[in-house]
Design a protein around this ligand. Structure first.
Ligand code: DC
Length: 220
């Protein structure tokens, strides 16, 4: 079974996808972590984020692995533990830059689909329901106001010991939204057959229950 969750940054989709996957016993595919890892590797190699050929080469040869170690989810890219490194604000910007590139997205289609071979997954990203898994069994689209999303991002950074100015976080969120939804290839948009959930006023437990109930309706 394939469950997709798309939505903008801060919509709650990462937390929802993680908890829903745990509750269902499904594999959690965090595709944002793939774009983030590519941006991280490019930076490390000195390849500019707008160098389409150079970044596509990285995407084409990327070895990405999601593991659980002592109960903690880890992301390995080309053998390196990048779990924390890919969450830095600078890499957020870079991931949105590399995600615009057609050749990069093309190189990643099969990489992402392979994760769904012979297992149940909850796939999280921007184009899961529209491009990567248009035939998914159930699609969700999570959304929230930009202020709430920026607040969540600021809190997330604070928990990591990074004190960020709210206006700056808001501005970054606005820019990234614009870039993610206005790009030519696979822009962020809701699939026609997705279930839309606004997460402004619901807590995480309620949200997960809601998603779980919808999945259960279809999964016997
Ligand atoms: O979900 P996230 O913030 O970790 O995603 C990082 C960036 O990657 C985001 O700016 C958009 C991009 N992305 C994408 O274009 N398509 C996906 N399926 C997942 C992420």
């Amino acid at each position: 079974m394939i469950v997709t969750i798309d939505g903008p940054a801060g919509s709650g989709k990462s937390t929802a996808a993680k908890l829903l996957a745990e509750k269902l016993g499904f594999f959690h595919l965090d595709t944002g972590a793939i774009y983030r890892s590519i941006a991280y590797i490019a930076k490390k190699k000195g390849i500019l984020w707008d160098n389409e050929e150079g970044v596509a080469d990285i995407a084409g040869s990327l070895d990405i692995d999601f593991r659980v170690e002592n109960g903690t989810r880890k992301v390995y890219a080309n053998g390196e533990d990048v779990t924390e490194l890919i969450r830095l604000p600078e890499i957020s910007t870079g991931s949105s830059d590399v995600a615009k590139l057609k050749k990069v997205r093309e190189a990643l289609v099969d990489v992402q689909r392979r994760f769904a071979e012979s297992r149940n997954i909850v796939a999280e990203g921007r184009d899961m329901g529209t491009v990567i898994f248009p035939y998914a069994d159930i699609k969700f689209y999570l959304d929230a106001s930009i202020e709430i999303r920026a607040k969540r991002r600021q809190l997330e950074l604070r928990l990591k010991g990074i004190e960020a100015d709210f206006d700056k976080v808001l501005e970054d969120a606005r820019k990234r939204d614009l870039q993610d939804s206005k790009r030519d290839v696979a822009p962020l948009r809701m699939a026609e057959d997705a279930i839309l959930i606004n997460t402004d006023n619901i807590g995480i437990d309620e949200m997960v229950e809601l998603l779980y109930a919808e999945v259960k309706k279809r999964w016997k």
